[in-house]
Design a protein around this ligand. Sequence first.
Ligand code: HEM
Length: 482
Amino acid sequence: METSVFILLYVILFLSTLLSYPFLRKKKRGFRVGRSKLPAGSMGWPYIGETLQLYSQDPNIFFLTKQRRYGEIFKTHILGCPCVMLTSPEAARFVLVTHSHLFKPTYPKSKEKMIGPCALFFHQGQYHTRLRKLVQSSMSPDAIRKLIPDIESIALSALDSWAASAQVIDTFNEMKKFSFDVGILSIFGHLEEGYKQKLEQNYRIVDKGYNSFPTKIPGSAYHKALQARERLNQILGEIICERKEKRLAEKDLLGHLLNFKDEKGQTLTEDQINDNIIGVLFAAQDTTASVITWILKFLHDDPKLLEAVKAEQKAIYQSNSGGKGHLTWAQTRNMTLAHRVLIESLRMASIISFTFREAVVDVEYKGYLIPKGWKVMPLFRNIHHNPEYFSDPQHFDPSRFERAAPKPNTFMPFGKGVHACPGNELAKLEALIFIHHLVTKFRWEVVGSKSGIQYGPFPVPQGGLPARFWKESSCPSQNMCP
Ligand code: HEM
């Protein structure tokens, strides 16, 4: 009897604590530390916070509802972490640029392990600066302009194979292969096909396991991915060994990583080289594939715009002796309309909707306290979709960039500050080259009527944009193109 009363009391106590938690949190809303107070917002339930609310709906609706309720800065609790979310350009600049030393990059340990803990985006300070310089040199305009003919042939081979198959393809999935191949090119230059295939096979397994539940139970996607990540290290070891034996001094990313020596003559370790190669491959793939998939959707949905882009690109095609010559760097810089379509797609899709940092000390911003150890999330997408900065923000309108340049810090598709994307020029180049060959030689039709966004975790059109492709030259005879 005594035991059952004790259990009953325990249950009542537990339930009352659970139910009173939101009220307790409300009381704490005005809590002050020093002169500053925590931002307004809700911390949700104990332990789980507002994770369920975030994942049971479109994440952007979650962020937008909060912004409307609490303003440009608010607190919440997701995935076991207290967070402060920021939705204004000034706040994003504060965290990423002017006070970046007060915030460190932060990723779940399971993800760090999968990419490799020495990859530059997990670091700050001297190590980060060194690695970043190496990545930047291999992705500089001078370096990537030499890749144009190879990127063209990768794009054409992908488009030819889709048209030849006459099948409906998952555009995003196929674009991932395209951006993977370009990533390999920028890291290794011309890599032997056998190595490329082995890297691709294992990278696919890592890619599948990256967003799965991190358990080491044999057979789980995460466990398989960890094993594949180990195999990637072995393959990279073989490639590096071969390059050293042949004494090739290439100017690609691998060359820069292998040639690096610090002031004491120290070179990078094997892990540092491997983790940064996998890191760059990872950062380059889904992001670029996603934006090109969106471009295809937006052009398909606006026939007038597509005709205008075609006219611009056909003029370049004609000036290259009917496509016999390669595109030049100058031509890719003068694709005015295609460039506007690209940047408007980046704004609309906001592929990296937000980023994470962690406060390394208590920080005060506009009278609010961001406590040490809390996560801080500048919400890029909210800024890109704020009507104060972009009129009629849900409307795809490339001409907005012709009418006026975005206000400072309101357009950050590649981030801002010390961790801003070093691959942004390569991503843009890939997209422009792809558009050129797509609209001058091919037609495509989106299949099915699914609309909306799918998160995986990057935003892509529903179903990866199922589409069918035709070679324009084969259209008049077959009379079957859209
Ligand atoms: C459309 C395509 C791309 C988009 C939208 C994109 C976006 C971004 C953003 C927003 C960041 C900053 C993240 C943060 O501050 O936490 C970033 C970082 C990074 N990106 Fe990209 N990226 C793209 C393509 C690429 C490509 C093609 C490469 C390499 C070839 C690349 C390599 C990197 C690396 C290495 C970092 C980490 C930089 C650092 O921590 O210093 N990205 N990217």
